[in-house]
Design a protein around this ligand. Structure first.
Ligand code: DGJ
Length: 717
């Protein structure tokens, strides 16, 4: 029996297409199923999305709602596709032709071919089901054989139907230095849209992911929901349309705003993939599903190691020279980190990069600051047994640059209006293959000359305004899409030649955080706000969709009210690094940080690859508690942050999650500041998983101090 609480969508609509003994296409993971039915009129319908069931239960399903709704005929709601034929006819009907399902290891691939009976238009719907993680990836190929190009004005990656009593949407909005603010709201009739039109750095105001809870709000541990995100580094759009009968359609895809696409005969338009997971175990399970998928399939080297690093941006900005940098290498070495990352300001000669007003585009070492060149720095770092990494922003140009003077035709700008700047810069026309060659060569030449470079931070500090591609000429409506495709072409070439070079994705903070990019990148920069207190919320927000080994978290001197220990404990829940003057540390702070780096290296396996359990949300109490548990449940790391800035507070016990109730764990506080002792009453005790998960721990003994934090290690005895 299907109950309302466990079914996201099961057909029960009288006005929809009914028929007998229809053909079914079942797309299943270990946890969930999406059941499609070929209707009597050969249209493909979504009959079910919910918990995985026995085949007999699916067999009883009848009908449903059209899985890839078209425009121009009987559908009156937001379509998945709208296509205008070259005779001006704006209608499309997609009927089932065939499908095939193939299985390889953990993946089941289903491809469904649909065709218009009147026009030679073909759409193939693709679904990859990842058994183990419970994630489904869905996208479409659009192709036609008409005589002239057709115009696409909508081209969704996926359209999902829901039929619940209530819909609760959780979105993450923000701005520079205040990314991923979580807001949950009930959807009402009409259309709610989450989107970006920024062209580049498209997540600047809106993180590209959402939760949709069904039949009421979901918590971390309970409730039915989907978590979804589009793998696309350009304009995206999600529409949530609640209709007159309280049915919901969720359309996910590229934002079609100002992007009519003229598709040539024989050309295939491939939409980006929509990645989603369904669960009835709450948001925590949805995150763990996505993390497992991301580490295995979504992120470059997602199961590989990461480098701890010392960055110089907050410590020096653009003012440094060779001596200063080699001193910083010493500071990095003293700390025990793996790599020194040289940030913005190292390039430009005719227009030296001494601030953000000049130099972008001229990727040659500034001879005044770095007379001996990058090669010297790589060697000096090597001598001190640390690796060397470098900052680039290769998609951009300052008007004050030699590149601007040499190649004005390589820049996105309107031919007949004034230039419009963001951070004093313009965006290069990455649609142009010559510009793609240039951007590839920026990386390739640098790596060829300096093969010792072991890390790149790839920045992107403005979005598009007054955008016009000299290359596209009259096809300007292709710009937003073709730009992102151009970026991917460059990244493909970089990855073909440098498959494992770690590259951090950065866009003036968290302006680019999507799985379209992450298959080329090893980590991302979540925010320029590195204040420890703010970072708890920011890292918490990203943790819903990204595993911790992708979330760069640096210890800096921002957040003066917080101790170095607090800021370090916050960085340790992500991919830890530093951006601070180590020489300004007191002897105790230095000792603490050296030990912290060692501790992080020891525990990082559990933090990066373990299962995340968010126990107490900073949105609900003035504290945050989370833990990572190793796959075999023999180890766990528990993070505890007290967020009150003024006074001591009283808190209840915390029940842990994800442990083995039968196992015994030694509970031990780690990462203590020199000459301090743990005040936790259970420190060093051996406790069973059952005790820890049912009776729990007092993590605020004797009214814990404002802005204090602890890290605990649990090890099976
Ligand atoms: C923006 C980034 O988010 C910062 O970390 C830093 O790299 C600056 N750009 C450099 O201009």
């Amino acid at each position: 029996m299907l109950t309302r609480l466990t079914v996201a969508f099961a057909f029960s609509c009288l006005s929809c297409h009914l028929f007998a003994q229809a053909q079914q296409i079942i797309i299943e993971t270990s946890q969930s199923a999406l059941v499609l039915t070929v209707g009597g009129n050969q249209r493909v319908l979504q009959s079910y999305l919910g918990r995985k069931l026995a085949p007999a239960a699916y067999a009883a399903l009848t009908g449903g709602r059209e899985v890839y709704l078209t425009a121009g005929m009987d559908n009156q709601f937001e379509p998945a596709i709208r296509l205008v034929h070259n005779d001006g006819n704006p209608s499309l009907e997609l009927k089932y032709v065939s499908h095939k399902t193939t299985r390889e290891h953990d993946l089941t691939q289903t491809d469904i071919v649909l065709k218009d009976p009147v026009y030679p238009v073909e759409v193939t719907l693709h679904y990859t089901a990842y058994q183990n993680s419970g994630v489904i990836k869905s996208w479409a190929d659009i192709l036609h054989r008409e005589k002239k190009p057709v115009m696409l004005t909508q081209y969704a990656s996926a359209l999902l139907h829901f039929n619940s009593e209530e819909y609760w949407l959780t979105q993450f909005h923000g701005d520079w230095a205040r990314e991923v603010n979580m807001v949950e709201e009930k959807l009402t009739n009409g259309i709610k849209t989450l989107e970006s039109k920024l062209g580049t750095r498209t997540n600047f105001y809106q993180t590209q992911a959402f939760f949709l809870s069904l039949n009421g709000k979901s918590s971390e541990t309970a409730g039915e929901l989907i978590a979804g995100t589009l793998a696309w580094t350009g304009n995206f759009q999600y529409t949530f349309e609640v209709d007159q009968r309280n049915g919901l359609r969720v359309r996910s895809g590229i934002n079609a705003y100002a992007s009519e696409y003229y598709l040539a005969p024989g050309e295939t338009f491939t939409t980006p993939a929509f990645i989603f997971t369904w669960t009835d175990q709450g948001k925590g399970q949805a995150s763990r599903n996505l993390h497992t998928w991301a580490r295995n399939f979504g992120v470059l080297d997602g199961k590989g190691p990461r480098l701890t690093l010392l960055n110089n941006w907050e410590a020096t900005h653009t003012s440094f020279n060779e001596t200063r940098l080699t001193e910083l290498f010493d500071e990095g070495k003293k700390l025990g980190i793996d790599l020194f990352l040289l940030d913005d300001g190292w390039f430009g000669n005719a227009f030296p990069r001494n601030d953000d007003k000049a130099g972008l585009g001229d990727w040659q070492e500034d001879k005044k600051k770095l007379p001996s060149g990058l090669g010297y720095l790589v060697k000096e770092a090597e001598k001190k047994s640390i690796k060397f990494g470098i900052w680039l922003e290769p998609e951009m140009v300052n008007p004050k640059s030699e590149l601007y003077q040499k190649h004005p035709e390589w820049i996105l700008k309107l031919p007949n209006r004034e230039e419009n700047y963001g951070r004093n810069q313009l965006v290069l026309d990455l649609v142009n293959p010559q510009v793609q060659d240039f951007v590839f060569a920026v990386v390739d030449d640098m790596m060829t000359k300096n093969p010792g470079i072991a890390f790149i931070k790839w920045d992107c500090n403005r979005s598009m305004t007054n955008a016009y591609s000299p290359y596209l000429k009259e096809k300007q409506s292709h710009l937003y899409i073709a730009y992102t495709q151009g970026l991917y072409k460059v990244m493909e070439r970089i990855r073909a030649k440098y498959p494992h070079l770690p590259i951090m994705l950065c866009a003036g903070g968290g302006g680019r955080t999507d799985y379209g990019a992450m298959k080329y990148f090893t980590e991302f920069w979540p925010s320029d706000n590195t204040d420890g207190l703010e970072r708890i919320f920011i890292q918490w927000g990203y943790s819903y969709f990204f595993p911790s080994n992708t979330i760069s978290a640096h210890v800096t001197s921002m957040g003066k009210l917080q101790s170095l220990k607090f800021r370090t404990d916050v960085a340790m829940m992500g991919k830890m690094g530093y951006d601070i003057r180590v020489n300004n540390f007191t002897p105790q702070e230095l000792q603490f940080s050296q030990e912290a780096v060692k501790t992080y290296k020891r525990i990082s396996e559990t933090v990066w690859f373990g299962n995340l359990y968010r126990l107490i949300s900073p949105y609900e109490e003035s504290r945050a508690v989370l833990m990572y548990v190793s796959e075999n449940k023999s180890k766990a790391i528990l993070f505890n942050y007290q967020l009150h800035t003024r006074r001591k507070d009283l808190f209840g016990r915390v029940q842990l999650q994800g442990l083995d109730p039968q196992k015994k764990y030694r509970f031990r506080e780690i990462n203590l500041f020199p000459d301090t002792k743990s005040i936790n009453p259970d420190n060093n005790k051996v406790l069973t998983g059952e005790y820890l998960m049912n009776i729990g721990l007092n993590l605020a003994p004797g009214r814990i101090a404002p802005l204090s934090s602890n890290i605990f290690e649990l090890t099976e005895e």
